[in-house]
Design a protein around this ligand. Structure first.
Ligand SMILES: NC(=O)c1ccc[n+]([C@@H]2O[C@H](COP(=O)([O-])OP(=O)(O)OC[C@H]3O[C@@H](n4cnc5c(N)ncnc54)[C@H](O)[C@@H]3O)[C@@H](O)[C@H]2O)c1
Length: 243
């Protein structure tokens, strides 16, 4: 299978895209740590995927929590090959009314959380000579259609990816950014119908993305078929924006 012998760390694995990514890698032979701030959700994802998947609690915005989760992966699986930094949050704030704590929380999870999991994951991957990191941004960076903290955090993920792709290349670690457009997950459930209709109307392929379609691209990036791809933005958006 495509991911035999790989150990994969997926954040935000309790639902939505993260859950689909765990399911895809597990079905293709990987051993997977399904990581989420919500332990019950992480464990439910793991239980649905079989014995090769463990559910772990981890707040990606907290350095010691990330270190503990990575240590647990090393204890249970003995190595790490792939990190998928999927955990992300939004908050509906008009720019001028954005509370400091919402700014810090969104940047803390989406950008600092990605940084922490990249750093700790790369430290572990170096021990077995390399690996793959997949960071998750958003087409909102290109369109500007999103709250300021969300767009800033997801733009930061792209800069982080490019910098560390260069720095980690000599360690055999490839780093890329997946850039989804509107995707059918619980994150989108509260969006009003008229806003959703407008969004879908702007997608040339005429529908939202399904989480499994993002998972398949993450899977490709983690295989040797993508062996010469690093530092890049890979869009999965039905043609909505060009990056
Ligand atoms: N759904 C979309 O349309 C869309 C579009 C572009 C990008 N994205 C990005 O894709 C990623 C996944 O989105 P989704 O729609 O599946 O989201 P979701 O809200 O459905 O799921 C996110 C998961 O992350 C977990 N999480 C939240 N904070 C966490 C933390 N501090 N530590 C660990 N886990 C945490 C949640 O518990 C949840 O299980 C996010 O980074 C999101 O910004 C989503």
């Amino acid at each position: 299978m495509k991911h035999d012998n790989q150990v994969v760390f997926v954040t935000g694995a309790g639902q939505g895209m993260g859950q689909a990514v765990v399911q895809h890698f597990a079905a293709e032979g990987a051993r997977v740590a399904a990581v989420d701030i919500n332990l019950e959700a992480a464990q439910a994802t793991a239980a649905a995927c079989g014995d090769n998947v463990i559910g772990l609690a981890c707040d990606v915005s907290d350095s010691s929590s990330v270190k503990d989760a990575m240590a647990e992966v090393e204890t249970q699986f003995g190595r790490l090959d792939v990190v998928v930094n999927n955990a992300g949050i939004g908050s509906v704030d008009a720019f001028l009314d954005t509370p400091d704590e919402n700014w810090q929380r969104v940047i803390g999870v989406n950008l600092t959380g990605t940084f922490l999991c990249c750093r700790e994951g790369a430290r572990l991957m170096q021990k077995n000579g390399g690996g793959v990191i997949i960071n998750v941004s958003s087409s909102a960076v290109m369109s500007g259609e999103g709250p300021s903290h969300y767009c800033a955090s997801k733009a930061g993920v792209i800069g982080l990816t490019r910098s560390i792709a260069r720095e980690l290349a000599s360690s055999g670690i490839r780093v890329n950014t997946l850039v989804p457009g509107p995707t059918n997950t619980p994150m989108m459930a509260d969006i009003p119908d008229d806003w959703m209709e407008q969004m879908v109307a702007a997608i040339p392929l005429g529908r939202m993305c399904e989480p499994e379609e993002v998972a398949r691209v993450a899977s490709f990036l983690a295989t040797d078929d993508a062996s010469f791809i690093t530092g890049q933005n890979i869009a999965v958006n039905g043609g909505m924006v060009f990056i």
